[in-house]
Design a protein around this ligand. Structure first.
Ligand code: NAD
Length: 335
């Protein structure tokens, strides 16, 4: 007669050791406000069943880990690991980088650069070592420069590095237009390209609802002489992140959902079109090796295709100006 040594042994008859390998593992580096928002957006929407979180502070990690443990009943028991050691990230399909110093009041995204370049230089090599086949999604600001630094430091092909870039700025603009028109934001088609930040470039020439181009109704839309002040939406859009930070101390929910949305396309190999930060050399007259946002198709290899946007001369000039400002900072960096 079988005499179990424990309740577990009395309940469970082992056939084979359970596997902990997963096909959809996502690592998030940085368990701050943004990292946790990314984890929440991924776990709450069941985009991945296996999330690893890395941070420099063990207590913070332990607290977050306990909180997810207490949530497991409601989340279909995802596997959430955490550690200060990068080995916890091994065999990830997607690595999301949110570690870094947060933008402080009055500091531009570009001023953050040197602090965060140094962090990227330290964390990317071990992450690549543990997950050589992963797609890297950079969220830490200034996201365009840090995506380029991640590419340089990683030694990976550039398609495997994506910056969250203007996918968030485009979403913000779509919501601002939706508020003015009373049309659901997902039905407003609008793209922002260029730098995620002060020098973002709205493509007013393509903004449409149901294929009806706003520019066909109002040829001056988004320009200085536009009588209805649509260009003011861009002023609000540029200030959006800072306004949220000023009001609540940080911005995290929308960027968490933005990163989760990109992660979903990578894990599902879905060729959705998003304005993300990618290598722009050779596009719209840019000769430098640098990352800025352009609409791209995504998938398991990261960026698969860049859309050949038909932009106006004015939009092209703004894009080139955006590139010049970012490149002038990038070229002075020691990486
Ligand atoms: P935070 O200060 O709350 O969190 C940052 C976390 O990074 C901290 O927990 C810190 O311990 C960790 N960290 C720092 N260095 C590390 C290292 N070497 N290894 C492991 N962990 C490390 O900041 P936050 O509010 O979460 O913002 C994070 C970043 O996201 C900032 O750069 C911010 O500007 C950026 N951000 C980007 C967007 C976007 O649209 N791309 C939007 C919002 C915020």
């Amino acid at each position: 007669c079988f005499e179990p040594n424990s309740l577990r042994e009395g309940l469970l008859c082992r056939v084979k050791t359970p596997s902990i390998d997963s096909f959809d593992k996502v690592t998030i580096v940085g368990a701050g406000m943004v990292g946790v928002a990314c984890a929440n957006a991924i776990l709450f929407q069941k985009i991945s069943s296996h999330v690893a979180i890395v941070d420099a502070f063990p207590k913070k990690l332990e607290g977050e880990g306990m909180d997810y443990c207490h949530s497991s009943v409601f989340l279909d028991d995802p596997y959430v690991e955490y550690d200060t050691d990068f080995c916890v990230s091994s065999n990830s399909k997607v690595v999301i980088i949110t570690a870094g110093a947060r933008q402080i009041k009055g500091e531009t995204r570009l001023e953050l650069v040197q602090k965060n370049v140094n962090i990227i230089k330290n964390i990317v090599p071990p992450l690549v070592q543990y997950s050589p086949n992963a797609v890297f999604l950079v969220v830490t600001n200034p996201v365009d420069i840090l995506s380029w630094v991640t590419w340089k430091v990683s030694g990976l092909p550039y398609n495997r590095i994506i910056g969250s870039g203007c996918h968030l700025d485009s979403a913000r603009l779509r919501s601002l237009i939706s508020e003015r028109l009373g049309v659901a934001s997902k039905c407003v088609n609008a793209f922002i390209i260029g730098e995620h930040g002060d020098n973002q470039v709205p493509l007013w020439s393509g903004v449409n609802v149901a294929g009806v181009l706003f520019r066909d109704i109002m040829p001056t839309i988004g320009l200085e002489m536009d009588q209805e002040g649509w260009s003011e939406l861009i002023t609000d859009n540029v200030k959006a992140g800072a306004t949220v930070r000023c009001l609540k101390g940080y911005s995290n929910t929308a960027i968490g959902l933005t990163a989760a949305d990109i992660t979903r396309d990578i894990l599902r190999n879905c060729p959705a079109v998003k304005s993300v930060s990618t290598m722009i050399q050779g596009h719209h007259g840019i000769h430098h090796e640098m990352f800025l946002s352009l609409p791209c198709t995504l998938g398991e290899n990261g960026v698969s295709q860049v859309i050949r946007m038909r932009i106006t001369e004015h939009e092209k000039n703004l894009f080139q100006k955006s590139a010049e400002i970012v490149y002038n900072i990038q070229k002075g960096l020691k990486i």
